[in-house]
Design a protein around this ligand. Sequence first.
Ligand code: IPM
Ligand code: MN
Length: 362
Amino acid sequence: MGKTYNIAVIPGDGTGPEVTAEAIKVLKAAEDKFGFGVELTEYDFGGERYKRTGETLPDSAVEELRKFDSILLGAIGHPDVKPGILEKGILLKARFELDQYINLRPVKLYPGVACPLKDKGPAEIDYVVVRENTGDLYTGTGGFTMKGTSNEVAVQSSVYNRFQVDRCLKYAFEYAKKYGKKARGVGKENTLALCGKTNVLTYVYDLWERAFHEMGQKEYPDIKREYYHVDATCMWMVKNPEWFDVIVTGNMFGDIITDLGAITQGGMGIAAGGNINPQGVSMFEPIGGSAPKYTGKGVINPLAAICAMQMMLQTLGEEKAADKVEEAVKYVTSEKLESMQAGKMGYSTSEVGDLVANKVAE
Ligand code: IPM
Ligand code: MN
């Protein structure tokens, strides 16, 4: 018997519980097959609990979550709750309080998945975005003056310090060294691209750019460094996604470009991400929302949640199990599903979970 992992599960709102159940089904199949153990503890944080109790993610819960090996999250967002409350109160609070300073978002097109980009396939769409996850416009630095008057001023600042930038870059360089295209045997070089806006954000991205080249020159001379402005990044992600290997960027740009990336890999039915604290507890989530209109119908695609769980296994160090789950997902996308879209898969949510779990168990 290998290690036993204590996993906190937050199924959350909308279709979150449905997709999380399938991720757990596959996790159990991997547990049996690869001989590690999982102990699951479920938490009901989300819109329903907020409506009942007014509580989002209490400080005591943050302290509890700290003790787990990992957290698996379904979705946060409820149609009856004003936008921002649950997102800030649960998702962003967990990211900030648990210092999950990396948001890792693979942009990987699996075989059989329809891609909206002309003439692009799995060989071309195969990169990851390392999004900084604790700074930037997300810190809430700013405020209003003269609110409610015609002279009202609103300020919201992009905030970064050198420490935050350096630790994110360190993670990105290490990631490129370990999982870059050369390391994986699919390219000639391991490349790290900084996505910024040095022509306008001449303070924040100047800091990023200097830190990037300093660290690269000193510590990672074998990793090729590239720089793209964020607007150009969007263009190349559509026109020449094969140029990318590992992209590192700030929180706001990372949020935006990863939705673009997600749609090129088949959309919210398949895109997953990890909020990672390399020294602490990380949290994995499908990046699509709670999809209220599909809730309870058994039609939502659980592959994104399964892929989030797969990233969790990889981060926990269960690489073999992670590889097997990824292989099973690829089998299902290439041989089974008709579409990644809710209601169009040709299978129900739980049938898709069964297909992946059975393949893992084989
Ligand atoms: C994401 C989401 C969140 C973010 C929202 C829900 C606060 O869009 O995980 O990308 O902006 O980070
Ligand atoms: Mn987003």
